[in-house]
Design a protein around this ligand. Structure first.
Ligand code: OXD
Ligand code: MN
Length: 610
């Protein structure tokens, strides 16, 4: 026990807590973690000013030039704390089979005992911040209240951007409402008089989920998804188990709207494994000729979608977050002007480079400046031969700063979804676009999606890392049961969305991309929209419905020929035979819990191939 603290010190919290269970939990955790003080956070601008001043003082944040980046800051993390730690992420259900073969499992009691030990005194010399947060529009039927106790003020200011916070959350919680307890410590207690480091963290990290009791305990990291517990931990891992139990879906998907020239608005969601350009698609700006013709795009969310059968009979979707935690490298005025507007103020950058003008820079933003301070704080020049910004450097920016944010993005009833898109980075095999025959076939496409991990420049099939529904690191329970839940949802959705598979990354034998990608992806979205509204026929192939050349708009796409279209769309039987074998290996891993319908889909694919 902290010598400065008597056992009863936190018998009374320094604020009025409206919820009995919450008060009891905070006091209990305070006795374990032994912080020097407890502070209730409200997510206000005054609190942001005070905490960012404090973080500048402690050298965790650097204030950027106020003209270039108003109210914005740069943080440099410890080099050992730059990304999510999947091998230290645990799902602690009572039965190992409930976590399934794709998750790391520990028995909840054993893990709690171990964690109690880790958290014992972990906040000594620090403040315990109490962060009440709400994932989802506050009045949405799906909105979930959580409370994060954290000793990281960087987490508090990031949470202000990423989720609803403060008194309105307390009001929603009320005296007896349920909340998801989320305990977080960077795991770096300070002895009396010991000076702090700019980015305290611990070499040993535990990102732990108790799906049955709906709790999160995170120890040792201050970075992103490890520490902002509303995001991957609550809105995906815990929410996916709540969703399974209550008939909805928590998915790792962007949500966007497309308005066609006739004024019809179509919403879609899309799930891609990482580094497939999800944020760029979510924020896509149509090419000028499409804009002139009247096409408009809007953004509802860039990372997570919660879906449920809504009043319209369709699946409805909300974005549970209020900000973007986007990858900086590659983001530029050319690749993603909407993101650049979104991060133009009130933004926290982490692990990007600092310019001599106190601005920020990362690879892919512009031509490299002649001098920078890199993400590790060292001088950098283009001759340095290393990255100036970490490959996983990020911007944390408010979503409502995105110029094309959808007017309905905070509608508690969500937006009605007409299409679900899966995809991956596949240099071979997968055509640019095809449509599933039906819901079950669509679930099969999601279950087998993935990206090739080895370059296949010569046109041969590489190793595919399967990432079903892009949920491999984020599903809070057994992946086979998750597929069964997807299949079961079909019974509850009166007006099913159509399901599609896209691949922007197919290459020719010389390693050149067969499709221009980026803004031109709107042409693929146009085909999807038209298919959703039954406006054009599809062409039936063994793998699904594909577009005919006549129905796919290439007008204005300089030099894109019929032959190129055929190459991007080519279905090669020999590639698919290899694909079937590789899918089989993944299905075998999940065999015991795999729904028979999906094994049957696999058989059907083989039969169509034969
Ligand atoms: C993310 C991820 O950071 O999916 O969104 O890893
Ligand atoms: Mn993500």
């Amino acid at each position: 026990m902290n010598a400065n603290m008597n056992t009863n010190e936190f018998e009374k919290l320094p604020f009025d807590c409206p919820n009995v269970a919450l008060e009891k939990w905070i006091r209990k955790m305070a006795v374990v973690c032994q912080p020097d003080r407890i502070v209730l956070c409200d997510g206000s601008d005054q609190e942001w000013d005070a905490l960012t001043d404090q973080l500048v003082e402690s050298k965790t944040l650097i204030r950027l030039d106020p003209k270039l980046h108003p109210n914005s800051f740069l943080a440099r993390s410890h080099p050992s704390d730059t990304a999510r730690v999947e091998d230290r992420t645990f799902i602690c259900s009572l039965r190992e089979s409930d976590a399934g073969p794709t998750n790391h499992w520990r028995h909840p009691e054993k893990m709690k005992a171990l964690l109690r030990d880790k958290f014992q005194g972990s906040m000594q010399g620090r403040t315990m911040y109490v962060v009440p947060f709400c994932m989802g529009p506050i009045d949405s039927p799906l909105a979930l209240v959580g409370v994060e106790l954290t000793d990281s003020p960087y987490v508090v200011v990031s949470m202000k951007i990423m989720c609803h916070m403060g008194q309105k959350v307390f009001r929603k919680l009320g005296a007896h409402g349920a909340f998801i307890p989320c305990l977080h410590s960077v795991g770096a207690p300070l002895a009396k008089g010991q000076s702090d480091s700019a980015w305290p963290c611990n070499d040993e990290k535990y990102i732990v989920h108790f799906p049955e009791t709906r709790e999160v305990w995170s120890f040792g990291s201050g970075y992103g998804g490890n520490a902002l517990l509303g995001k991957k931990c609550v809105a995906l891992r815990i929410a996916s188990t709540i969703a399974r139990d209550h008939g909805w879906m928590a998915e790792h998907m962007l949500i966007m709207g497309l308005e066609s020239p006739d004024g019809v608005k179509t919403y879609l969601t899309a799930a891609f494994p990482s580094s497939c350009g999800k944020t760029n698609l979510a924020m896509i700006t149509p090419p000028e000729d499409y804009q002139k013709a009247g096409w408009k795009t809007t953004l509802v969310g860039d990372d997570i979608a919660w879906l449920w059968p809504g009043k319209s009979g369709k699946l409805h979707a909300i974005n549970p977050e209020t900000g973007f935690f986007g990858v900086a490298p590659g983001t530029s005025w050319q690749s993603n002007p909407n993101a650049m507007h979104a991060l133009s103020k009130n933004t926290i950058f982490t692990n990007v480079a600092l310019t001599d003008q106190n601005g920020v820079w990362w690879e892919g933003l512009s031509a490299p400046p002649s001098h920078l301070i890199d993400w590790t704080g060292q001088d950098w020049t283009p001759q340095s031969g290393r990255l100036a910004a970490h490959a996983n450097s990020r911007f944390t920016a408010p979503a409502d700063q995105c110029p094309n944010i959808d007017p309905e993005w905070q509608n508690p009833e969500g937006v009605p979804i007409d299409a679900i898109v899966f995809g991956g980075r596949r240099p071979t095999t997968m055509p640019l676009i095809f449509q599933a025959f039906d819901w079950t076939h669509g679930v099969f496409l999601g279950a087998t999606q993935g990206s090739e991990t080895t370059a296949a420049a010569s046109g041969t099939v590489g190793t595919v890392r399967r990432d079903p529904m892009a949920m491999l690191p984020f599903c809070g329970y057994n992946m086979g049961d998750y597929f069964a839940h997807w299949l079961d949802m079909r019974k509850h959705i009166r007006r099913l969305p159509r399901i599609f598979h896209v691949n922007w990354f197919r290459k020719d034998a010389q390693g050149n991309f067969l499709w221009p990608g980026f803004r031109q992806n709107i042409r693929v979205l146009e085909w999807i929209v038209k298919r959703c509204h039954g406006r054009i026929p599809g062409h039936e192939t063994p793998i699904g419905w594909t577009p005919d050349w006549e129905d796919f708009c290439v007008e204005g796409l300089e030099g894109f020929t019929h032959d190129q279209f055929d190459a991007a769309m080519e279905f090669r039987r020999e590639d698919f035979l290899a694909e079937i074998t590789s899918q089989n290996q993944f299905f075998l891993k999940l065999y015991h819990s795999m729904p028979k319908e999906l094994l049957c889909q696999h058989e059907l694919l083989m039969a169509r191939m034969a």
